[in-house]
Structure formats: structure tokens, C-alpha cells
Design a protein around this ligand. Sequence first.
Ligand SMILES: [Fe+2]
Ligand SMILES: [Fe+2]
Length: 308
Amino acid sequence: MHSIDSQAANHYHSIWQAATRINWKIEDLIGGDKRLNFTQPFLPEALASVSAISCLTEAEKLKLNQIRGNSYLYFFGLCEEFILPYVIGHISQIQRSDLYATQAFLHFAEEESKHMLLFRQFAENFEQGFGSRCDCAGPARTICDRILAHHRLAVALTTLHIEWMTQRHYLESVRDTQGLDAQFCCLLRYHWIEEAQHAKLDALMVEDIAQSLSPQEIQTAISDYFAIVNLLDQVFHEQVQLDLESLSRAIDRQFSEAERAEIQTTQIQSYRWTFLWSGMTHRNVEGTFRAICPSSQTQLLEKAKAFG
Ligand SMILES: [Fe+2]
Ligand SMILES: [Fe+2]
């Protein structure tokens, strides 16, 4: 990677300083008497989309909301699992003299590893308290390896998408929703706080990588980003089938074909909106695409239409 200028160094410095002022520990959020409360929903309706499913009772909708909460944890854990080695690889490319950039990305990597532990502990608490098995698409390692096999700029764009999506989920859907489980809300809030610095670093990382590439190679990387989006879409389709089985086990009920179709249609739309559309249409994601390749903003929005 080329050496960064003094303006970028200041930017890295201020992001790193902001990040070091935030100091929460996993035990502040989960463990001991801090446990999930299974009488309450975990996700806001905007992210789980259960209320309009006519074939489910209110109690069954609550179960599906919690199943979605569990898969939300799983997919974030999965994202951290490919972001962590990717960021460590990026650190090794930074010039030795660029110490603020090095510090900022080291802190980023440390936080992602903490988040992985955090999501894991919530998942364990979920498993102990939910009452029946919930499967998630995977194995996570295989999905991560498939993502990491794409162009490095495409992986950086995917990371940028995920981090801004996290900001959007919290600010637009979680923060003002009443009646959600307090521990789950804490998780989303504290994750959101640290991800705010990551999102800024991702934009710098994308711009840095793009500077060393030809326009043609940037276009190839953007096509690769869309390939990752398609891969994730396939994974979400698989997850909807697993969620249906988990729900059926949890409420001890077999669904008719029509009922399955209703739940599948609503939930596929919901996964796509939550994880794909809300990242692709974030104005800062759009802005970064425009900055590295002006024509790609239109491609991005066209692609997003299928998921909104
Ligand atoms: Fe994270
Ligand atoms: Fe992050």
C-alpha cells in the first residue's frame, strides 16, 4: 500500500482516539444475571417482519422473532469471522511509518474479535433458554472462505456495506422501538457504538485499495461485490428453510404448503431487506461506490431494487 498523506494520518488519528474512548466489556452485556428474556421480542419488526404473517398466532410470531434474533447474531458473527482475517491482512500492507493507520486498524481487529466472543455468548444463552434447536446456514467457515476468495476490493466493499448497515439498523429500527428484550438491545447498542468507527475506517480502506487499481480492475472488483451479494442471497434462502424447521419444532406444529409459502415469502423479503437492501442503499455506501467508480452507483441501486 502507498504511504498515506498527513490529512489521512490525522483522520486515522482522530478515528483511533474516538475508538479508544469507548470501553465496554463483554461481561457488561451478558453473563450472570444478564440473560435474554424469552417473553419479549429480540428484533424490531422492521428487521424481523413477523407481524403480517396471517397463519401465525401472536405467541408463534414471538417465537419466529426470536429465531430471527438468533440468526441475526449468527450472521453478524459470521461477518466478523471473515472481516477479522481480512483486516489483519490489510494491516500487514500498511507502511511501517503510518502508525496512526496501524493503530486504528489494530484496534478495529481487536474489537471485531471481541464482538465474535460477544455474539458467541449471546448464542449460547439463546441455546440454553429458547427450548428447542435452531439451525443456521453454513458452516460459517465455508461461507467466509467463499467470500474471501473474491477480489480484495470486493471484500472491503462488503465489509463497508455490513458496517454501515449496522449503523442503519440501530439508528432507524432499534433505538426507538419499545418492548424489546433489554439484553438484546444492549448488544445492538454497544455493537453499533464501536461499528461507527469501523465504518469510517472501511471507507478509508476501500479508497486506499482503489487508488492502487486500474479502472478496469475496480470494475472487476465491483462485479465481484455483486457476486458476494448473490452468494449471501442464496445463504438467506437456505436460512429461511432452516427457520421454518426451527419454528415448526419450537411450536410443535406442521405447516401446510400454503402456510409454508406465506412464511417463506415474507421472510425471504425480510432477510433481503435487512441484510442486503439496507446496506446497499446506505448513502455512505453509495458515496464510496461513486468515489471509486462514478458509474457503479447506478449499478448498485439497480441491484438493490431486487431486494427492497
Ligand atoms: Fe463487529
Ligand atoms: Fe465492525
